[in-house]
Each structure stands twice: as C-alpha cells, then as structure tokens.
Design a protein around this ligand. Structure first.
Ligand code: HEM
Length: 491
C-alpha cells in the first residue's frame, strides 16, 4: 500500500468491498512476495515469543501510520488495522453475515467453543448458542436485553445497587485500620464479578463465591488463550481448568435458577421469561458476561489504580473536584472531568480489548479515498485472511498523541477529544457493557479517593500480556491510607 501521503491525516474515507479472485499471474506474484517476506515474519514471531507481550514487538513491527500492517505473527494471512478510519470501516459490518455483509466469524468460535463444550459436555453446542459466534438474528435477542438493563438510558437506574456492591467489596477487602494493603489485581476482578453477578446475573453471593468465580474466569481465559496459541500446558493448569469449569458451571446454574426479590427484575429472569432464547443460549450468555465483561473491566481498573497510585497529584485533583461538587455520588463520578480524563488515559495506554478480529469468506478490497473522492490507495485482503483491528496501536499513534507512551490525563482536557481508537469497538457489535464498565470504574475511583490516599506497586511499568483481554504481567498492590474524618466527609 502506498505511503506517499500523510496517513495520520484522518480526512479520508475507507471502504471495504468484495473483490474478484486473483488470476494466475497475480497469484504467482503474491506467492513470490510471501516467500520474500518470510525472514521478517520469522523475526516478528521470535519477538512475540521472546517478549511474551504485545507492546514491545508491536512498537517494533506495527507502524501506526500505515493503514494495514502485515501481522507480526508467523501466520502469513493476517493484517492489522491501526488507523481509526480503517477500524471503523471494518467494524461497521456484523461479525457473521456473509450474505448481507462481508464477514463470517470463525476465529471466535475456535477460541470459545471448545471451552463451552468442556463446560457442558452433555449438550450439543453450536456457534448459534453463543453471543460471539451467532448470527445477526440471535445476536439481536441477546443484545437488546443487555442494553435494556445497562445501556446508556438505563444505567442510572442501577446506581444504588452499583454503589452498594462497591461498598460491600471495599468492606470485604479494606478492614478499618491505619494502613491497609490490598492486592488490586484480585480486588479489581472480584469487584467486576460482584457487579456483574448482582446487577445482571442474579447471583446473590456471598463474596467468597464471587472470589472463586473471578479466579475461575481468569484461569479459564488464560488456559483458553494458551491452548489457542498452542502453548504448552502443565498438569496443574489442566487440573485448575477442570476445577474452574465446575465453579463456573455452578455459578451459571445459581444465576439461571435465581428467584425472589433479588432477581425479580433481573436480566437473567428477563432472558428466561421472554423465551426468545433456549435455556442453553441463556446459560451461554451468562458465561459471556462473566468472560467478556468482568475480564475486561477488571483489567482496566487494575491498570487505572496502578497509575493513580503512582500519581497522588491526580488523586488530589479528583478529591478537590469531588469536595466542590453538590451532586450525588453516581452523577458526580459519571460526569467528573478529572475521573473521565483518568479513565480515557488509562484506556489509551492499556486497552483491555486489544484486538478485534474479523474474517471474510471472500476476498475484499480496502479502498482509501481523499475528500474529493480520488483513490489514494487500495489493498487486497484475501479470502479467510484475518483482519484485525488493533485499538492499542491506534491509541499510541504519535501523530495523534504527543509522547504517546506517557501517562498524561490532561491530554483529554479538551472535551472534543474522545476515544478515537474505539476501545469498546464500533458499529454492529460495539460493546453493550461499556456504560456499566465506565460507571463502575468511575464510582469505585470516586469512593476510594473520598476515603483514602493510596500508593501502588510495582514501581516500574509491567508488561502487557495478550490473553482474552490484556493483562498486567505482575499483580498490582495498593497501600491505602485513610483520610481523616473531616476530609472524608466531603458529601
Ligand atoms: C473496560 C471494559 C470493557 C471493554 C474494553 C470492552 C470492549 C469490548 C469490545 C471492543 C467489544 C467488541 C468486540 C467485537 O466487535 O468483536 C465488546 C463486545 C462485547 N462486550 Fe464489552 N468491553 C468491556 C466491558 C464489558 C462489560 C462490563 C460487559 C457486560 C456487561 C461487556 C459485554 C460485551 C458483550 C456481550 C459484547 C459482544 C457484543 C456483540 O457481539 O454484539 N463488555 N466489548
């Protein structure tokens, strides 16, 4: 693809269209190109294994200024989109609609279906049973109830329960004493699972159960990723996986059967009562909530707490803004500019959904045009070639962000600067849990800062490992120091 114009200039349009098959000569030229690029690809794969993380090999090999980058993995047929306009063009279409759209999801099926089959070995599970692999029609049946409960119009209705869950989690981890140490990585995961369980899934706890579910989701996700990448798995990992499946199965059953005041208006009861989905599909969507929703939210919270612990000045900024606010906690936290900046900057540097993939069952052409409609360049995407959108790289584009590797929340002081790199996806499958994730993280940040000053470790930046969502290579620890009563009583 031509690089003769400035590719970070967003004033261009991107179109994906179906393409004819290649003729014999073109196929030969392509084979020669593939052969010549082999050493680079082997080196890229070596880097990936050597660093075991995405940031370093990516920064060496993925150029955020290019529209489509050949992937750093050895697998030849993969291209990465790092520019937001290209990401938007890819994500516009349903993940699985080869007739009406462009793509047909197989990749997600390869990762998730074996786990679902292990989870319910007595059932026959098809791709249609699971939200990440089903067709447009089934998907609508899952998405609508999710949005009805935690979409932009309804999330405020959940504010009381959300605050109660957060308070309970803090209570569980932070016993009142002068100096409190917590494992922020575990805390973040348990909070995300508790929120998901109590707001959506009708699982009444106790907290120890949320802790076990969090550990099970984490273990299964890590296992699943290693298996997909064909990495060796130890005997302990295999046994841990089996035990975790039992924990998840029991958690899903508890949710599925939940009744009474706790679940009277719950998401799970709505799914069950509406009967648009089969019981198996309901269970699959409960699993998807745990797997997709809590893993991502907890990764982001973990990173955000680590950064805030390193930057007491931003804690004070939030504390002062909160002290001056007359709003209730939910409204303050969700409208706070100081908290919004911290969430945006954390998402920019640590994008939990670091890769979003699509596969087309036919060849495609990606056409880039300037404002006047002149074709600037065209790139062919082969049948079954993986097309990956990488928000992580778009978020570190040096043409969009000065000193892109630095944590600098005030770069978001200008309210017009939103998430231009789509950390929650875009188009047909944009994340239906994003309002919950943001509300949950904004509120826990406000509540912690209202009560404590805190410090975080490790002091040095850790690696960012690519599992189902991005993970820190080390556990984050927090030391919390209670503010005095007078300071605490800001509201
Ligand atoms: C920081 C937290 C989160 C991030 C970064 C995130 C990111 C994403 C992204 C990028 C997608 C699009 C995937 C694609 O296009 O293939 C997605 C989809 C999805 N997310 Fe989230 N998510 C987060 C939290 C949540 C939460 C809390 C929930 C559940 C309540 C959730 C449930 C889902 C579901 C069900 C989908 C699939 C939607 C579909 O296929 O139509 N996510 N998420």
């Amino acid at each position: 693809m031509s690089e003769q114009f400035h590719p970070s200039n967003e004033e261009y349009t991107v179109e994906l269209t179906k393409a004819p098959s290649l003729g014999l000569l073109a196929r030969l030229a392509k084979a020669i190109h593939t052969f010549r690029s082999l050493p680079q690809r082997i080196y890229n794969t070596f880097l990936l294994f050597k660093h075991r993380e995405l940031k370093k090999p990516a920064s060496k090999n993925v150029c955020p200024m290019r529209y489509l980058n050949p992937f750093l993995y050895l697998h030849y047929s993969t291209k990465i989109a790092a520019k937001s306009a290209v990401i938007k063009a890819i994500l516009k279409y349903p993940r699985k609609d080869p007739e009406g759209g462009l793509f047909n999801d197989q990749d997600n099926a390869m990762v998730f279906l074996p786990v679902l089959q292990d989870l319910y070995p007595e059932e026959t599970i098809t791709p249609e049973d699971f939200i990440f692999t089903c067709n447009k029609e089934s998907l609508r049946k899952y998405r609508q109830p999710i949005l009805r409960f935690i979409g932009p119009q309804s999330i405020e209705k959940q504010s009381k329960e959300l605050q109660a869950v957060i308070e309970d989690t803090i209570q569980f981890y932070c016993k009142e004493k002068q100096e409190i140490s917590i494992d922020a990585t575990e805390f973040s995961f348990v909070l995300a699972v508790a929120v998901m369980s109590r707001l959506l899934l009708g699982h009444p706890g106790p907290f120890q159960a949320y802790r076990e579910i969090a550990s099970a989701v984490d273990l299964v996700n890590r296992y699943m990723m290693k298996k997909t990448l064909k990495q060796p798995l130890s005997k302990e990992e295999k046994e841990g996986y089996k035990e975790s499946l039992l924990t998840l199965r029991s958690a899903i059953d508890t949710s599925f059967r939940s009744q009474g005041p706790f679940s009277s208006e719950s998401f799970v009861e709505t799914l069950r009562e509406e009967k648009l989905l089969t019981p198996l599909q309901v269970k699959m969507s409960l699993y998807a909530m745990y797997s997709a929703g809590s893993d991502t939210s907890s990764s982001l919270l973990n990173y955000l707490l680590w950064q805030l612990g390193k930057h007491p000045e931003f804690q004070e900024e939030i504390f002062n803004e909160m002290s001056a606010s007359k709003e209730d906690l939910f409204t303050y936290a969700n409208q706070s500019e100081a908290i919004g900046r911290i969430i945006s900057e954390s998402l920019r540097l640590f994008t939990p959904a670091y890769v979003i993939g699509r596969i087309s069952p036919q060849p495609l052409i990606c056409t880039i045009k300037d404002k006047s409609g002149n074709i600037l360049c065209q790139e062919r995407i082969e049948k079954n070639e993986k097309l990956l959108s990488m928000p992580t790289f778009a978020a570190r584009d040096p043409f969009l962000f000065q000193n892109p590797d630095e944590f600098h929340p005030h770069r978001f002081s200008n309210p017009s600067k939103g998430y231009s790199w789509f950390p929650f996806g875009d188009g047909a499958h944009s994340c239906p849990g994003q309002w919950l994730a943001k509300a949950e993280i904004a509120m826990i940040t406000a509540i912690l800062i209202r009560r404590y000053r805190f410090d975080s470790s490790p002091k040095q930046e850790f690696q960012q490992l690519g599992y189902i969502s991005l993970k820190s290579s080390e556990q984050v620890q927090l030391k919390l120091f209670p503010r005095t009563m007078a300071q605490n009583a800001v509201r």
